[in-house]
Design a protein around this ligand. Sequence first.
Ligand code: TRP
Length: 347
Amino acid sequence: MIAGPSADLAQERSMNKTRILTGITTTGTPHLGNYVGAIRPAIASVSETNETFFFLADLHALIKCQDSEKVHQSTREIAATWLALGLDTTKAVFYRQSDVPEISELNWILNCFAAKGLMNRAHAYKAAVQANQDEGNDPDFGITMGLFGYPVLMAADILMFNAHQVPVGQDQIQHVEMARDIAARFNHHYGETFALPEARVDASVAVLKGLDGRKMSKSYGNTIPLFLPEKQLRKHINKIKTNLLAPGEPKDPDDSTVFQVWQAFADEEQTENMRREFASGIAWGEAKKQLFELINAELGEARERYNALLADTAAVEAVLQEGAAKARQLSIPLIQKVKEAVGIRPL
Ligand code: TRP
């Protein structure tokens, strides 16, 4: 007898492992905000009691970036970053989205279950329409079907592996809810097929501030790249905006980007010490020097591994291929099940 989808889901649940999955769009170079907000907690979440799936969302990258060399370079850098930071790929499944063709296949099928009206409400799409209207352009100007259907591809990423929890930033919660919606619709029509995913926004994880005090983000141009050479790292840290209080004048740690970044890298004792230093008027130059040393100590060894990995992309590629093979052990049977369910099967 062929086990139905619900039998398999039941089996997963009986194994009592939570499936955690998240994707990283391959545009740009990882920065300290990505590290603190996403990469570090993701790597820390790898354990025996859950199953973790992390992937390079290169198909998503095409929505935002049509510079071929940039997408390719970013994929290299992000893969090398996760490996350099110690992701255990014997425990986590680490792969490139485009190496799992079943995701694209599922994307199409889910497209047929995703209400257009639901997609109309997606924040990223709405923001693009709004920007067009503000500039007096046609509302559809420059908007591709890729952008419009972005949440469906994300649903395919998530549902393909029956993920239970999806760690994301605030801005992605809506997308995970859409994935849940689409899954529920499919299940309702064809019987239990997909697990219903939940977004997980970890309140204890800091949203790091950037050089200008706003959220560190590529779109604000205020980032500190993660693996800058020492000299440049020091330079960037020196550029963090401060007020004009002189050495000896007490400073408010809770109103300071330097302190906020410090906190993201320091243990409790170091944080308390720095709080006292602020109260007794530490000079900005000194606080920044100490901040550089703290960050450099945490990232120094990983930076060496990162540079070695960038010089040996064949090794990184091999790891990704192994990851894809593992991922496909799950995606191939699932897509078969889905196709069976919808009536696409041998005669
Ligand atoms: N859209 C996400 C972002 O820009 C990246 C992403 C793609 C993702 N697919 C995903 C995140 C699936 C979680 C699950 O941050």
